[in-house]
Design a protein around this ligand. Structure first.
Ligand code: MRU
Length: 331
């Protein structure tokens, strides 16, 4: 996998030969983004299935369960991770009668299918979402919801890409996205490579930019969406949604069905990951705050559904009332 911690300065690939290495790569954000870590977890499980040394199917199943647990425990907020693990477990259950070779083949095929389906879902989202982007639009996005955050093409960036491919003229404003700078390091890199006009801003510039009438719509990805349409996404998303509402700017979320957690009634129930304080005090390894200062570092926030204009999925678009709209999409 491409080491996202080193972008944009270096394009270095990390090779994982054991599932533990995949789990560590998810934890330390070598790979990140909700759909991408789901695909990585599935691949990690397949890798474990192919390499684990066992003598019986029973022993294989035991090892498999351990690897699944290890993947789920890496990061708590993006539900794509447990969704992908559940799909792998379903395959294991369905192929219970097979020998070791059969099980290995089935698990490998499922991981590949999850990857393919994610790319296809992103392309579908692009088709459903591109109509919201008019020729000449200025779009604001946050974090990285692009090819790097998925198996390819991207969710929010997929919608932008689809509009661009159709020949629309666009300008994309990207929030740098502290503390990990996914916007500056990854989204700006992806857009530049595609030749899509991009302007980088610091996170605190977005209100001024909207106030000056320079933004026509906001589009972001998601890490988990509850049954009522509340959206957990990268920290700072909630502020952007409130600002967009205050300025009468439409606020769109693009996410595949694998990002929905309909078992949760509201976003209050979504677990929010808190990361190491050093991400805040030592960006790029350099200390920028007084030693010992107290730090709070939640990696995500929750945007209540009332602030969201529409949620774009591969199956279509949901709007208020989201509870019904989402139920219809899933039925
Ligand atoms: O902490 P990260 O970089 O994994 O967070 C990623 C985001 O918040 C993305 O916006 C989200 O996963 C959507 S990616 C298609």
């Amino acid at each position: 996998m491409l080491d996202q911690r080193r972008l944009p300065a270096e394009e270095v690939y990390v090779e994982c030969e054991r599932p533990e290495q995949v789990a560590e790569a998810i934890r330390n954000m070598t790979i990140r983004g909700a759909p991408a870590i789901g695909v990585a977890a599935a691949m990690g499980i397949a890798l474990g299935a192919m390499t684990v040394r066992v003598k019986s199917v029973a022993q294989f199943q035991e090892e498999f369960e351990g690897i699944c647990r290890m993947m789920v425990d890496t990061r708590p907020t993006a539900v794509n991770l447990s969704w992908a693990v559940r799909r792998m477990k379903d395959v294991m259950r369905r192929h219970g009668e097979q020998d070791l070779d059969g099980l290995r083949r089935a698990l490998r095929a499922e991981a590949m299918a999850i990857r393919e389906a994610d790319i296809e879902a992103n392309r579908q989202m692009g088709q459903h979402g591109k109509r919201y982007i008019r020729n000449g639009s200025a779009i604001l996005t946050h974090c990285n919801a692009g090819a790097l955050a998925t198996a390819g093409y991207g969710t929010a960036l997929g919608v932008i890409r689809a509009a661009h491919e159709e020949g629309k003229e666009l300008e994309v404003y990207v929030c740098e996205t502290r503390p990990q700078f996914q916007g500056a390091r990854l989204t700006a890199w992806e857009l530049k490579r595609d030749g899509i006009p991009v302007t980088l801003i610091t996170d605190s510039m977005s209100g001024y930019l909207m106030g000056k009438g320079l933004i026509h719509l906001v589009i972001v990805g998601a890490d988990r969406i509850s049954a009522n349409g509340d959206v957990a996404n990268k920290i700072g998303t909630y502020s952007l949604a409130i600002l967009a509402k205050a300025h009468g700017i439409p606020f769109y979320v693009a996410a595949p069905l694998s990002t929905f957690d309909l078992s949760l009634g509201t976003g209050d129930e979504i677990p929010i990951e808190e990361r190491d304080s050093r991400e805040v005090t030592h960006p790029f390894g350099r200390e920028i705050a007084p030693g010992g200062v107290r730090v709070w570092n939640p990696a995500f926030d929750v945007t209540p559904h009332q602030n969201i204009t529409a949620i774009i999925t591969e199956r279509g678009v949901a709007r208020e009332p989201f509870t019904k709209g989402l139920r219809d999409l899933f039925s």
